[in-house]
Design a protein around this ligand. Structure first.
Ligand code: FES
Length: 111
């Protein structure tokens, strides 16, 4: 396991999502980070339905009501806290969660 710097906390205002691509051992890890109040969540940017990226637009992962993470392709909805799919073709499956740590104003990924 290693730590990878993602961004400064102020680059992730509350209720926003941001995508990242980290090159690890010559492979790209695609992920999204969701900022909610004081909490941060990170998931691999990989829909369990077809194994493709969740977003069509850069950094856009939220449903219209901003209550769930939403896959752009077939509209599957995932909870913020667990990445659990509550509606759509992959209901009952989950996004792969990743571990983050906040160090002062910096956000780091453990992988
Ligand atoms: S690819 Fe995500 S819901 Fe179908």
């Amino acid at each position: 396991m290693s730590w990878y710097f993602l961004c400064k906390k102020h680059e992730l205002p509350t209720n926003t999502t941001k995508s990242f691509s980290i090159n690890i051992d010559e492979k790209d890890l695609e992920l999204l980070v969701l900022s909610q109040e004081e909490k941060l969540y990170a998931y691999q940017n990989h829909c369990p339905h077809l194994g493709i990226p969740l977003n069509w637009q850069p950094d856009q992962f939220l449903s219209l009501e901003e209550t769930h993470i939403q896959c752009s392709t077939h509209g599957a909805l995932f909870t913020f806290e667990e990445g659990y799919c509550v509606a759509g073709p992959c209901s009952g499956q989950s996004l792969s969660s990743l571990t983050l740590e906040q160090r002062n104003d910096e956000i780091w990924l453990q992988y």
